[in-house]
Design a protein around this ligand. Structure first.
Ligand SMILES: NC(=O)c1ccc[n+]([C@@H]2O[C@H](COP(=O)([O-])OP(=O)(O)OC[C@H]3O[C@@H](n4cnc5c(N)ncnc54)[C@H](O)[C@@H]3O)[C@@H](O)[C@H]2O)c1
Length: 247
């Protein structure tokens, strides 16, 4: 058990990568707070964990709302007394070419992906500083390299990298590590809407010849949350089947 009795918050735990991560963490002994704006989805993930005799609790959170992020951490501390791991995974996309991108599409993506990451980091880092230990893993994307139709999303994820690297510097003295993962194309509800021809073209460009399964991203989350990653901080790790190599 690599996370025995660790208290972990996973945002966006109701779907895709967050759900796979919550399930994996629980199978490794963690107590998982399954946080999602979709309350029913968070509850379903927590129920699946409990059915497998793991420990979980669902909590509704809107990460773009600072008060909601603070309440998530406060409730976690009230119930579990500490917070060991934060997986900042909640995210959205609202794709459009810049010529057509409306201000509300820009604002929505920045407020969930970037400000949401800031909000939960800000709330979670305080108890971690007091404990003198903690693991934060934020979610960037291969889109930071530039991706047609994703100016808002790419900018939000590039912002997450700046936030991650700076927090890593500032929190290292408190033994809190802060890293980011940058997935390539992962088979989740977020990518389910890509038209089949576009998906085929995308897969052709991936050196390993396929999209990732959410469980393959959960594996990296587990490693970064585990004791084995104690000396890794401020890093951005691409999990993209080689898509960024030579790009
Ligand atoms: N799927 C991919 O190919 C891919 C690639 C790179 C990065 N990512 C990133 O990985 C993360 C997870 O993506 P996914 O593919 O599993 O997506 P998903 O759509 O399957 O799941 C995202 C979850 O986040 C939740 N969420 C959305 N807004 C929220 C909010 N304001 N507060 C709390 N929860 C909220 C949703 O309800 C959902 O359960 C995202 O940050 C995404 O940008 C995904």
């Amino acid at each position: 058990m690599r996370l025995n009795d660790k208290i972990a918050i996973v945002t966006g735990a109701g779907s895709g990568i967050g759900k796979a991560t919550a399930l994996r963490f629980a199978s490794e002994g963690a107590v998982v707070v399954c946080a999602d704006v979709n309350e029913a989805a968070a509850a379903a993930t927590a129920a699946e964990i409990e059915k497998a005799e793991g420990k979980a609790r669902p909590q509704k959170v809107d990460v773009s709302d600072a008060g909601s992020a603070e309440a998530l951490v406060k409730e976690t501390l009230a119930r579990h007394k500490r917070l060991d791991v934060l997986i900042n995974n909640a995210g959205i996309n609202r794709d459009a070419a810049m010529k057509k991108m409306a201000k509300d599409q820009w604002d929505a993506v920045i407020s969930v992906n970037l400000t949401g990451t800031y909000n939960v980091c800000r709330a979670a880092m305080m108890p971690m500083i007091e404990q003198n230990s903690g693991r934060i893993v934020n979610t960037a994307s291969i889109a930071v390299l530039g991706n047609f139709g994703q100016a808002n999303y790419a900018a939000s994820k590039a912002g997450v990298i700046g936030l991650t690297r700076t927090m890593a510097l500032e929190l290292a003295r408190h033994k809190v590590t802060v890293n980011a993962i940058a997935p390539g194309a992962v088979d989740t509800p977020m990518t389910a809407g890509i038209p089949p021809e576009a998906k085929e073209q995308l897969v052709k460009r991936i050196p390993l010849g396929r999209m990732a399964r959410p469980e393959e991203i959960a594996g990296l989350h587990l490693f970064l949350a585990s004791d084995e990653a104690a000396y890794i901080t401020g890093q951005v790790i691409f999990v993209d089947g080689g898509l960024s190599v030579g790009a």
